[in-house]
Design a binder for this molecule. Structure first.
Ligand code: BDR
Ligand code: CA
Length: 311
C-alpha cells in the first residue's frame, strides 16, 4: 500500500476524502493526518479530523495540529460553504481520541526523514501552509517526497473565492508558491476536475442507501454542503473536491490532464492566488505539475460509494 499523509482542513469534502482513504487499506496506508487552518480555524479542523477518524472506526490514526494561519496573511475561512463547525450536516459525537502532542510540521519533517526516500506521498486538501513550512524548515525532505497530490487551483473553471482564484491557493498563495516552485513531483486536481464531480440527488441517495452510519453521515454532509452550490450557482449538486485526490491514488486512469508549467500569483490584488497554468504551452517555462483537466465522474462515484460501503 502507498504510504500517505493527509494534510487537511475538514470540511465535508475533506471528511469524505479521509473516509475514502481509510476505506482503502489495500492501496493506501495513512501514516497520519495533519490539520491546517482553512475552511474553519485550526481548533475546529483538528477536531473535525478526529471526528472523522472515529466515524471510520479508526481512532488509532494519529492526528496532528499544524499552522493556525497562513505564512504571511490573515486567515480567510469558508463558513459560508461548510457551516460554523466546518462539518455541519450530520450530528456526530465529539471525539474521544486525543490530538498528538507533536506539531504537524515537525511530524511531516520527521516522517519524511525517517522513511526511505521516495516512499511517502503528501495529500494536501487545504491551504498549503503546513507543507510549505516543512519545506522551508527542512529543504532536505523535498527530494524525499514521492509525490504531492493536491486539490487546488483552477484554469477554465476559475474562481470560487474570487473571480480568479480557488479557495485553497487563495488562502495562502505564498505557501502555494513555495510548493509549486519546490521541484517536488506534483499532481494537481483543480476546479476543472472537481466541478465534474457533482453530488447529484441520485449520487446522494446512493450514499444514504448504504444504510450504514458512514453512508448516512456522508449523505448528510453532502446535503448540507450542496445547499451552497445549488443556491448560489444553480449547479446540479456540490462538487466533491477533495476525494478526487484520494481516488487518483486508487485509480489514476480516471483522470486526464497535462504536464505543464503552473505559477502562482502572489502580488496582484485582482488575481491573488490564481494558478497561471500554461495549458497550451505558450511559454518555455519548465513544466512543474501534472495539471488535471477531467475525471470520469460515474466511475469516480461508483468507486467512492463502493469503498464507503466497506466502513
Ligand atoms: C477547496 O476549498 C475547500 O472549501 C474545500 O474543502 C476544497 O478543499 C475547494 O476550493
Ligand atoms: Ca479542503
Amino acid at each position: 500500500a502507498r504510504k500517505i499523509i493527509i494534510d487537511t482542513d475538514p470540511g465535508q469534502d475533506d471528511a469524505v476524502a479521509i473516509l475514502l482513504a481509510l476505506a482503502s487499506p489495500e492501496e493506501i496506508e495513512v501514516l497520519g493526518i495533519t490539520a491546517v487552518a482553512g475552511n474553519v480555524p485550526l481548533a475546529l479542523t483538528a477536531k473535525n479530523a478526529r471526528i472523522v477518524c472515529e466515524l471510520a472506526g479508526r481512532p488509532d490514526v494519529p492526528v496532528y495540529a499544524g499552522c493556525d494561519a497562513p505564512l504571511s496573511r490573515p486567515l480567510v475561512t469558508a463558513e459560508h460553504v461548510h457551516g460554523k463547525t466546518g462539518l455541519d450536516g450530520p450530528k456526530l459525537p465529539d471525539p474521544a481520541m486525543e490530538l498528538q502532542p507533536q506539531h504537524a510540521v515537525a511530524f511531516l519533517i520527521e516522517t519524511l526523514r525517517r522513511a526511505p526516500a521516495g516512499t511517502v506521498t503528501l495529500c494536501p486538501l487545504g491551504p498549503l501552509t503546513n507543507i510549505a513550512r516543512a519545506f522551508q524548515e527542512a529543504p532536505d525532505i523535498i527530494p524525499r517526497v514521492r509525490e504531492v497530490v493536491l486539490m487546488g487551483g483552477a484554469y477554465f473553471e476559475v474562481g470560487n473565492i474570487t473571480p480568479a482564484a480557488e479557495f485553497n491557493i487563495y488562502v495562502d498563495p505564498e505557501a502555494a508558491d513555495i510548493v509549486f516552485k519546490s521541484g517536488v513531483p506534483l499532481v494537481v486536481m483543480p476546479l476543472d476536475v472537481t466541478h465534474g464531480a457533482l453530488v447529484t440527488k441520485a449520487r446522494n441517495d446512493a450514499f444514504r442507501a448504504l444504510g450504514t452510519p458512514v453512508g448516512l453521515a456522508v449523505a448528510e454532509m453532502t446535503d448540507f454542503f450542496e445547499r451552497f452550490d445549488k443556491e448560489k450557482y444553480g449547479s446540479a449538486g456540490a462538487p466533491l473536491h477533495d476525494p478526487t485526490v484520494i481516488a487518483y491514488l486508487i485509480r489514476p486512469e480516471l483522470f486526464s490532464g497535462r504536464y505543464i508549467n503552473v505559477e502562482i500569483e502572489t502580488r496582484s490584488p485582482l488575481t491573488l492566488g490564481m494558478t497561471v497554468a500554461d495549458w497550451w504551452r505558450v511559454t518555455d517555462r519548465r513544466p512543474n505539475a501534472m495539471f488535471m483537466g477531467d475525471v470520469v465522474a460515474e466511475a469516480f462515484f461508483s468507486l467512492l460509494t463502493e469503498r464507503l460501503g466497506r466502513l
